[in-house]
Design a protein around this ligand. Structure first.
Ligand code: NAP
Length: 460
């Protein structure tokens, strides 16, 4: 299998890496297991200090790290820098709040005393995607290292330099060997590794297929898993919305990260009275995006992460058009080298058309016109995914009522689905299970141990 940096702006191979041998993998798992025995005995202060050092180094090296992100997966350089800031904030958040989140919780039993003690469970495997190469790892590694677990990270094969740099940051911050380990292995080997007795849990962010593979292995071996999978978020625009604001956010929501966000505004649903105005303004803005080199700060839309991703997206558009969808804007690859796709709007989508059901991972918006609020909710819920979603309305109480009826893990009112260290992130349905970030994100791979103290005078 190939582990390579291929610049998607040019499709030229920049560097190739050797996959880990079986012996090296065995040594890494053994080291992480050994490290756990010591790491679990360290204090929260020691773990917090390590994480804070990692965050500090990340900020210091922001420029270099951001350039590697952009080189490997094509994110706009300004967004790559923002990703480093966000990742450092996540790591600092768990450094500052972890001890508080993990403090003993006192219970009030009828007799005697009881409390819950939070204990680490061991070596964890994190399987991570390329679309936010630092942020995704921060979400997994920071809370778990704070708990006292040790982590093995199998990163996406197209971002090997990001993966190596992450491990370097932990080393430079003084992490004992085995606390954070990068595994240069294939997805298949990662799934096999789940069965290893020394691995106590697995978290995967990625596609449904990869999630199912890892979860099946975890299930067979009775291990805890967390899955953060794909999404097809609805972006609902009601008749009382601020249309100009909604258009601005729809563009950001769909185009951010070159359209390669799990929580991108993939399905824009506007109610009849405002649909024409919204669509006209949305199309106008998408049509004028400056497409080009993501290292150039004037660029507004860069390439997809790889040629393969661009070919797949163009094929989804083609199959959708053959099945009856209409292309209002774009629809083709950009006529230049690299993994570029035109900003695209599809309309006339119905059940049975690929774009109605599939996740479109790139700058292709699906536009739906519906009669009213109820029809918008019904359409939003007519998806196998259940990750995020948005509703735009000036009436916040109405927004909350609509949010309550959307079957996803997150709903944002007057904002595209977004992420911050203090907000839980995760989905329902085929978008996965479990949560990352916030206090909930430190609650997944931890033994919530009941300790009960009985008095001699307590009844049987
Ligand atoms: P992917 O192909 O599933 O890859 C994700 C990770 O899984 C990579 O490290 C990949 O390794 C590995 N992998 C692939 N097949 C595997 C298998 N059979 N067993 C174990 N691991 C396997 O997904 P992607 O295309 O890179 O990422 C995009 C997807 O991730 C989208 O669906 C997106 O919505 C989703 N995503 C979800 C969230 C969330 O929080 N819910 C966040 C970001 C992205 P290789 O690279 O070596 O194949």
């Amino acid at each position: 299998m190939s582990i390579q940096t291929v610049n998607p702006t040019t499709n030229k191979t920049v560097r190739s890496f050797e996959e880990m041998t079986d012996e090296a993998l065995e040594a890494a798992v053994a080291r992480a297991t050994l490290a756990f025995n010591d790491w679990r005995k360290t204090s929260y202060e020691q773990r917090a200090a390590l994480l804070h050092k990692v965050a500090t180094l990340m900020r210091e090296k922001k420029e270099t790290l951001a350039r590697i992100i952009t080189l490997e997966m094509g994110k706009l350089i300004s967004q790559a820098e923002a990703e480093i800031d966000l990742s450092a904030n996540i790591i600092d958040y768990y450094s500052s709040n972890g001890a508080k989140f993990l403090a003993d919780k006192t219970l009030k039993p009828e007799y005697g005393k009881a409390f819950i003690r939070y204990s680490p469970i061991g070596v964890l495997l994190g399987v991570e995607p390329w679309n936010f190469p630092f942020y995704q790892v921060a979400r997994f590694a920071a809370p778990n290292i704070m708990i006292g677990n040790t982590v093995l990270v199998k990163h996406a094969s197209i971002v090997p330099q990001c993966a190596i740099l992450l491990e370097d940051l932990f080393k430079a911050a003084g992490a004992p060997a085995g606390v954070y380990t990068n595994l240069l292995i294939s997805g298949k080997r990662a799934s096999t590794l789940v069965s290893d007795k020394r691995i106590k849990g697995v978290s995967l962010t990625g596609s449904e297929a990869a999630g199912a593979s890892v979860a099946a292995a975890a299930g067979r071996n009775l291990k805890k898993s967390v899955l953060e999978l794909g999404g097809s978020d609805a972006f609902i625009v009601l008749e009382d919305a601020d249309i100009d604001k909604a258009v601005e956010w729809a563009v950001v929501g769909r185009i951010n990260n070159n359209g390669e966000c799990c929580v991108a505004a993939k399905r824009i649903i506007a109610v009849e009275p405002v649909a024409d105005e919204f669509l006209r303004k949305f199309k106008e803005k998408l049509a004028h995006l400056k497409v080009g080199d993501p290292m150039d700060r004037a660029t507004e839309l860069g390439p997809l992460s790889s040629e393969e991703a661009a070919v797949q997206l163009a094929d989804q558009v083609k199959r959708s058009v053959e099945a009856g969808a209409k292309v209002l804007l774009g629809g083709k690859r950009v006529d230049r080298p690299g993994a570029f796709m035109e900003p695209t709007i599809l309309t006339d989508l119905k059940p049975g058309i690929p774009a109605y059901h599939e996740e479109l991972f790139g700058p292709v918006a699906s536009f739906y016109r519906v009669k009213d609020e109820q029809a918008a909710i019904d359409l939003a819920n007519d998806s196998d995914f259940g990750l995020g979603g948005s509703v735009f309305t000036r009436d916040i109480e109405r927004g909350k009522r609509v949010a309550d009826q959307i079957d996803t893990g997150m709903v944002f009112i007057n904002h595209p689905t977004w992420t911050k260290e203090e907000l839980p992130f995760g989905g329902t349905k085929r978008s996965g299970y479990g949560r990352e970030l916030s206090e909930l994100g430190i609650d997944e791979f931890v033994n919530k141990k009941l300790i009960r103290v009985s008095e001699l005078t307590d009844p049987f």
